[in-house]
Ligand binder design. Sequence first.
Ligand SMILES: Cc1ncc(COP(=O)(O)O)c(C=O)c1O
Length: 370
Amino acid sequence: MSDDTARLFAELLHHRMAGLAAGDAISPAIQPASTFLTPSGGSNAPFQYGRFHNPTWDQAEAALGLLEGAEVITFPSGMAAVAAVLMTQARAGARILLPSDGYYASRLIAEKFFGPFGVTTDLRPTASFAEGGFDGYALVIMETPSNPGLDVCDIALIAAAAKKAGAIVVVDNTTMTPLGQRPLDLGADISISSDTKAINGHSDVLFGHLATRDPAIAAALHDYRKYTGPIPSPFDAWLVHRGLETLELRYARMTENAAALAARFIDHPKVTGVRYPGLPSDPAHAIARKQTTSFGFMLGVTLADATAADRFIDECTYVQSSTSFGGLRTSGERRAKWGDPVPPGYVRLSAGCEPLEPLWTAMAETLKIL
Ligand SMILES: Cc1ncc(COP(=O)(O)O)c(C=O)c1O
């Protein structure tokens, strides 16, 4: 984490204090109201109807906005946030560029729901995303490190070239969070986050947000959410605000664990490959070193075959077998079962907050029985 991000995080923890008076609650309130008092002459009231505004969203958006250094618009899931980007930026006849190896649902919605409206989706692998030019693209969406393969692409280089060609540039920053990588500082117009993952971090809410410093993009996103209705629940916004307050601590432990596990896996005889951008031998290392302030909490471990991978996940006491990532508990998933372009024995691991030694002992014991 850079010094600037550290300062932003400290500010985030205290962001409510300036607005509090004696006797006010230190934590935000959950406001579930669908409608607010709007007397005649009250059309400028800050809260009118629950689809337009909500005070609990405001708290979550203020905290996330501090961390992003940008305006933040929240959504009920990461996919609702991705869809909002497409709905506000893709027009009939537009060409958009997406990673072929990123989270599959993003390319699925682009092709399945926007294709019939005349939007053409092209796909490129993350590792070679910078190659091939950006002429003719209205929208260029990167995901780096990519989920699940953990390849990276050079955000600053691509953002500069794609913007020169006239594209809106978007980065899905879910696998890093703003603590590890700051796409807007690197030239992106919009940063996407599935807050279901590390931002909330407790595996108990679906949530997403978009961050942008472009007032026109922000205004379009606000209108889209207000009029089409993909709004987060106030209770979920409250949970995310609470989860976010411990992000810095969780992220530090998770990234330390990921780095230590990667270094141990790479020397293990039962492991045929390790992907972790922090390993100097990893193909992603040079770019990750340049554009991230940590190497993240996700790693990929390739075992002999699908059976070995399934057994490792199912039998290791401290690996939670589940989809998703970024939670308190280390979790693992064999992503080839979903058709992702990774080897059959590839286990995507999301390092959790367990103390390292018991975690590694459990993993080493499980590797022995494979
Ligand atoms: C990189 C990435 N972006 C977006 C999403 C979608 O987020 P959600 O599940 O919160 O809709 C995911 C979900 O796994 C993801 O991994």
